[in-house]
Design a protein around this ligand. Structure first.
Ligand SMILES: Cc1cc2nc3c(=O)[nH]c(=O)nc-3n(C[C@H](O)[C@H](O)[C@H](O)COP(=O)(O)OP(=O)(O)OC[C@H]3O[C@@H](n4cnc5c(N)ncnc54)[C@H](O)[C@@H]3O)c2cc1C
Ligand code: SF4
Length: 328
């Protein structure tokens, strides 16, 4: 591990100022991703600004929905009674991720910003445009079984590995951030993570020094009919090969609106507006779910080792929607 300085700040403004003043500084929350990356020499911050004790842990009703503190742990968030009853999709997605011990340390802000699990990204001896821009993409012609089938570029075919964010996309979350000058802004979750394009080194639209302070969810009409399905290589903790956050607003047996968000298939959680359009106004039936699955994967372009993800994703969508509608 390379030398770095460590400071702990007393409030959010001081933390944002400290990171904003040093281009090589990073916030430290639970440390479950950042410290691993530092030990692997992938991340090389010269300063860590510890935000883990900031009082940004509250989960409270707000504007008809809920405001979730960025420093609340994944465990606290998943177990919160308001989340469990009004946003069960979020609870399901969080508990599908990592292990109990990791969720006890992991914070919501850090979870959103976790980095890809592409094996070439972690191996500093290999080319990787995300870790070292301009060196090439080891996975493009290499081992790409776990990589993207949608929205990638020839610069990077990595996937976003998180589970929680897939539910947040389905629930129309907004990310509240505080900048180094004390000002706050909100970022709709759809605009938070980026597709790789020509600059895969940049994962999100967050600016350097901006601290996530909260995640806000509007009132949801999906509490009764939602389901998070995660398909992985083993039952114990592992990242998703394919995940589906499915949510339905039903009027009797007819779908008013739907949300279909795929994890494990793209550089960001992949909200399929094609699938959602195919479901709106249709009966909640297996035939509708199959049509939605076909629409979601129509533009998929598998790489040499991951064609299996296309059929897997289709089947996962049908199953998740069936569970959400309680057909299965
Ligand atoms: C073995 C293992 C298995 C895992 N499996 C899964 C899984 O199946 N599904 C899943 O979703 N996740 C999984 N994870 C990832 C885990 O969920 C993340 O590591 C965790 O959520 C990161 O949160 P943290 O608070 O520890 O972040 P940190 O490691 O402290 O920080 C991560 C990044 O976020 C930045 N950051 C942190 N907080 C803020 C903030 N408030 N504002 C701005 N920037 C901030 C940091 O600077 C850093 O860049 C796994 C992790 C491990 C180690
Ligand atoms: S897929 Fe992205 S993260 Fe993986 S090697 Fe290529 S550039 Fe790096």
């Amino acid at each position: 591990m390379r030398p770095f300085s460590y400071v702990r700040t007393s409030d959010a403004d001081a933390a944002a100022r400290a990171v904003g003043a040093n281009p090589q500084a990073k916030f430290l929350a639970g440390g479950t991703n950042l410290l691993d990356l530092m030990k692997e020499d992938v991340e090389r911050p010269t300063q860590l600004v510890d935000v883990s004790r900031l009082k940004l842990t509250e989960i409270r009703p707000a504007r008809g929905g809920v405001s979730i503190g960025a420093l609340a742990t994944n465990t606290e968030t998943a177990n919160n009674p308001l989340i469990r009853t009004s946003y069960p999709l979020l609870t399901q997605a969080i508990v599908a991720g990592a292990s109990g011990q990791i969720r006890n340390m992991a914070t919501n802000g850090g979870n959103l910003l976790q980095r890809t699990r592409c094996q070439y990204f972690y191996d500093v001896a290999m080319p990787c445009n995300k870790r070292a821009p301009g060196t090439g993409c080891g996975a493009l012609e290499g081992l790409n079984r776990i990589h993207a089938i949608l929205g990638y570029s020839d610069k990077c075919v990595a996937t976003y590995p998180g589970d929680m964010a897939n539910a947040l996309y389905a629930l129309d979350a907004v990310v509240r951030v505080r900048g180094a000058n004390g000002s706050e802004r909100t970022i709709p979750i759809d605009d938070f993570h980026r597709l790789p394009g020509n600059t895969p080194e940049t994962d999100t639209t967050l600016k350097h020094g901006e601290l996530i302070v909260a995640i806000e969810l509007p009132k949801s009409s999906f509490a009764k009919h939602s389901y998070y399905l995660k398909v992985r290589d083993r039952a114990s903790y592992a990242f998703a090969l394919v995940a589906v956050a499915a949510a339905l607003d039903l009027n009797g047996g007819t779908i008013r609106t739907a949300r279909v968000v795929l994890g494990g298939v793209a550089h960001k959680p992949w909200r399929s507006r094609e699938a959602e359009a195919a479901l709106a106004g249709k009966p909640a039936s297996e035939a509708s779910f199959r049509r939605a699955a076909e629409a979601a994967l129509e533009d998929a372009k598998p790489l040499s080792h991951n064609a299996y993800k296309v059929e897997l994703a289709k089947r996962a969508i049908v199953r998740a929607l069936s569970r959400a509608s309680r057909l299965a």
